[in-house]
Design a protein around this ligand. Structure first.
Ligand code: F7E
Length: 348
């Protein structure tokens, strides 16, 4: 039987690495697109990329950039894959306020470049396309929990760009019959998460505080609530989405939410640290048992506009894809703490 082939834009990020692993296990030929001057959020991801795939002859690296039309067209023409996964993005919501145009170019036009190349290279009948959507498009939530029918209300340049990518995928599906599906993924984390995202930042910070390698952790909005799952489970959903007979859009979420403060308390408990909270809003502080301030809010980590609550309803995915999250948040935190200690020891 002929091996299936897949092309992953954003192959060296958190999701790209889990997806590549899954597809290689499923005997795909995997083409991964990587930026040559890639300054990825964590060097760990680059290591995974270098060490894990370099020697695998079924993993082929292509240098390119989602913000460069010629490279996107060329790679798609050269590989003519059965499946394309677009995981390439400027993925920091806060940073999108600083670089809105770059964010629109990568996150919105990136998806357009791919669907347009599928069309131009006559791959409509051959190639299935997965667009990595984001729960951020629900923004100022109009209903709770959010499902595929909840109205969108994006609150950042990141979310506005992701909404364009969502609609252009749907538009090419309806206009040209492209097999284009959107996964609307709620937050998903892992030890491979970049250190500037809040879960990894909290786990890394608290581990270092416990080991006396850091005194304090500065954060922003402690009251926002997120629905966090494990990236590995969510990458499995991406693959399932493309194995359907028909293209469609799916919310991928756990259906359970915690505030940032609740997440901190969970991590602290696992590390046998008790945090005593005092104050409100930006003045809220976390103290250790000796009365030292170990968590403080800093204006730099607040966003001009924040999404205060996100909670996903993934009934459709559970029914049609027969998908459900396997990893409970407690196991996710345990895995992230174990990895953090490994990184700390390697640092030594
Ligand atoms: O923030 C609050 C922050 O940066 C979560 C991306 O993968 O998921 C991710 O976007 C919450 C926000 O993720 C800090 O204000 C408090 O309310 O971990 P985050 P995100 O913005 O939800 C979605 C689904 C994506 O699509 C994105 O690509 O935590 N928060 N203090 C903080 N956040 C950060 N980063 N740093 C803080 O110090």
């Amino acid at each position: 039987m002929k091996r299936k082939s897949a092309l992953i834009f954003g192959a060296s990020g958190q999701d790209g690495s889990y997806l590549a692993e899954l597809l290689l296990k499923k005997k795909y030929i995997v083409h991964g697109v990587k930026r040559r001057a890639s300054n990825l959020n964590v060097s760990i991801n680059n290591d995974i990329y270098q060490n894990r795939y370099k020697k695998n002859k079924n993993f082929i690296v292509h240098y390119g950039d989602i913000s460069d039309s010629a490279s996107v067209y060329k790679i798609i023409d050269k590989t003519k894959p059965d499946e394309i996964y677009n995981l390439a993005a400027q993925s920091h919501v806060a940073f999108s306020f600083e670089v809105p145009e770059y964010t629109a170019n990568a996150n919105a036009l990136g998806a357009l470049r791919i669907v347009e190349s599928i069309k131009l290279h006559n791959l409509i009948k051959k190639t299935k396309f997965y667009q990595a959507g984001s729960s951020e498009i629900f923004g100022r939530v109009q209903d709770s929990p959010q499902n595929e029918n909840t109205p969108f209300y994006p609150l950042s340049p990141y979310a506005v760009a992701k909404l364009y990518a969502h609609w252009i995928t749907k538009n090419y599906r309806e206009t040209y019959g492209i097999f284009g599906s959107n996964g609307i993924l709620f937050n998903h984390e892992s030890p491979r998460r970049g250190v500037t995202f809040v879960t990894r930042k909290i786990i890394s910070g608290l581990c270092k505080i416990k080991e006396k390698k850091q005194k304090k952790l500065y954060l922003g909005n402690l009251n926002s609530k997120r629905d966090w799952g494990h990236a590995r489970d969510y990458c499995f959903a991406m693959w399932k989405i493309l194995q359907q007979k028909k293209p469609d859009d799916f919310v991928i979420a756990t259906g359970i939410q915690y505030s940032i403060k609740q997440f901190i308390n969970k991590v602290a408990k696992k590390l046998n640290m008790k945090i005593y909270w005092k104050g409100k809003g930006i003045k809220e502080k976390g103290y250790d048992k000796n009365g030292n301030i170990i968590i403080e809010c800093h204006k730099n980590y607040f966003r001009p506009l924040d999404v205060n609550t996100l909670l996903g309803d993934s009934k459709k995915a559970r029914k049609l894809l027969k998908w459900k999250p396997k990893t409970h948040i407690d196991s996710l935190i345990d895995e992230m703490i174990r990895a953090e200690y490994k990184y700390l020891n390697e640092d030594k």
